[in-house]
Design a protein around this ligand. Structure first.
Ligand code: PEP
Ligand code: CO
Length: 453
């Protein structure tokens, strides 16, 4: 079991087994990088994390929907204004579709500004005859397919912090500085999206939103005074995997005296590191951020209750999001006992669906991909299981990009197997492209309209 709060400290995880950590060749350099992080300013503030927690509590109560999405892994080579803006655009488009289509407020959380590490099922990967240590993210080592590039370098944690700070700065400017203004709803439709069927569908929806705004203005409502029409909140999240980094950014909040991991608003524990007696559960039990935990197909009801007890013993609504990633074929069978276990323990849980990670396949040519249909299939199964259990299906957790890539198959604009290699750019898992993401948002909004009343 995780230790009690009397023995917790930002370092207490070090006495537990921490899976999926790099072996730094120079431990003194790793300690120096952690010490450096401890002197840096926090990336996010405790008050913001509490604001997100409260928004997530609203979702549990059925008054909202969580859209958590972004890259599988961010890259040190892609710190560009355009790319960040494109990611934001697709997130704004998707949330416009969901808010308008399902008339529910959307809580937006990016896998962004810190998603630089990856857990791996196998310690090695093979390229032809060459076997090299598996890629674990730019915060650990380089992605080149050589043994030398894969040597862990602790200074990368500081570089990851710097890139996260720059990304977050841009994100704050875009979301608060006019770009996310609802009057810009047409502008978020990128050219390569606008020409597709879902892009045209979006244009029609944007026209409707514009008319609705004009209608409200004609009724005498002062739209300029409505903050929520002119700026949005986009919160940050990443997998809290590399505990040296997370410890380095943990600060005591001056208002409440509580500890917060100030590397992101929300941190999640991955499927591979959610052991009840492991270092990750120990570390995150002591910080007050909203948390996520991924649950794969082997998860038992007892583990769900154990995670709820360890991470949210006070049963604070919004503290804990459980992200089921069961697979399209199995979600309706595997999820119900887990939903019941949390309900019987009176644990407030935001149930979300990751329809990506249990639906990864390889083509005959060996390319890692996902089928759009399987993704939708898992989402529908997840909604059906939640509705049967009288639980609000609270959100989706996606891997997407604002770019015109070809990494996942299908969607209304059908990406075919022979097209996959033309723009396959991900450093890790295949992502939905902007058109597929928009298509998904429309289908999701339709599904949500069928919620039992
Ligand atoms: C991920 O979200 O990129 C991931 C590795 O997920 P999981 O822990 O669910 O496998
Ligand atoms: Co992934």
């Amino acid at each position: 079991m995780a230790v009690t709060s009397t023995t917790w400290s930002p370092e207490s995880w070090r006495a537990f087994t921490a899976l999926q950590q790099p072996e730094w060749p120079d431990p003194a350099a790793a300690a120096a990088a952690v010490a450096r992080l401890k002197t840096n300013p926090p990336l996010v503030f405790a008050g913001e994390a509490r604001q997100l927690r409260d928004a997530l509590a609203g979702v549990i109560a059925g008054r909202g929907f969580l859209l958590q999405a972004g890259d599988c892994v961010e890259s040190f080579n892609e710190l560009s204004t355009n790319r960040i803006r494109e990611k934001l655009k697709i997130m704004l488009q998707m949330s416009a579709v969901l808010t308008y289509g399902a008339t529910l407020p959307v809580v937006r959380v990016g896998r962004i500004a810190g998603q630089f590490t990856k857990p791996r099922s196998s310690p090695f990967e093979r390229f032809g005859d060459l076997e090299v240590p598996s890629f674990r993210g730019h915060m650990v080592h380089g992605d080149a397919r050589t043994v030398e590039a894969r040597v862990p370098e602790p200074r990368r944690m500081v570089e990851g912090y710097n890139q996260s700070a720059a990304t977050l700065n841009l994100l704050r400017a875009f979301t608060k500085g006019g770009y996310a203004d609802l009057t810009q709803v047409h502008l978020w439709n990128q050219e390569f999206v606008a020409s597709s069927p879902e892009g045209r569908r979006y244009e029609r929806l944007a026209d409707e939103i514009e008319r609705a705004l004009q209608f409200m203005a004609a009724c005498g409502i002062d739209l300029s005074a409505e903050r929520s029409l002119h700026e949005v909140d986009v919160f940050t999240s990443h997998e809290g995997l590399l505990l040296d980094y997370e410890e380095g950014l943990t600060r005591r909040d001056s208002l409440t005296g509580d500890w917060y991991d100030c590397s992101a608003h929300l941190l999640w524990i991955g499927e591979r590191t959610r052991q009840l007696d492991g270092a990750h559960v120990e570390f995150f039990s002591g910080v007050h951020n909203p948390l996520g935990v991924k649950l794969g197909p082997t998860t038992t009801p007892d583990e769900v209750v154990g995670l709820c007890e360890a991470l949210n013993p006070e049963r604070v609504p919004g503290r804990l999001t459980l992200v089921a990633r069961m697979g399209a074929e199995r979600v309706e069978e595997l999820l119900p006992p887990l939903l019941s276990a949390a309900a019987e323990g009176a644990h407030p849980v935001l149930w979300a669906c990751d329809p990506m990670h249990a639906n990864t396949i390889r083509t005959d040519g060996g390319i890692k991909t996902r089928r759009f249909d399987a993704v939708m299939h898992e989402i529908r199964g997840f909604f059906a299981a939640c509705w049967s259990a009288d639980v609000h299906p609270g959100g989706v957790h996606l891997e997407f990009t604002g770019e015109d890539v070809t990494e996942c198959l299908g969607g209304a604009d059908d990406v075919l197997e022979e097209q996959l290699s033309s723009r396959y750019e991900t450093l890790c898992d295949p992502r939905l492209n902007a058109r597929q993401s928009l298509d998904l948002a429309f289908r999701l909004a339709e599904l949500m309209q069928h919620a039992p009343r």
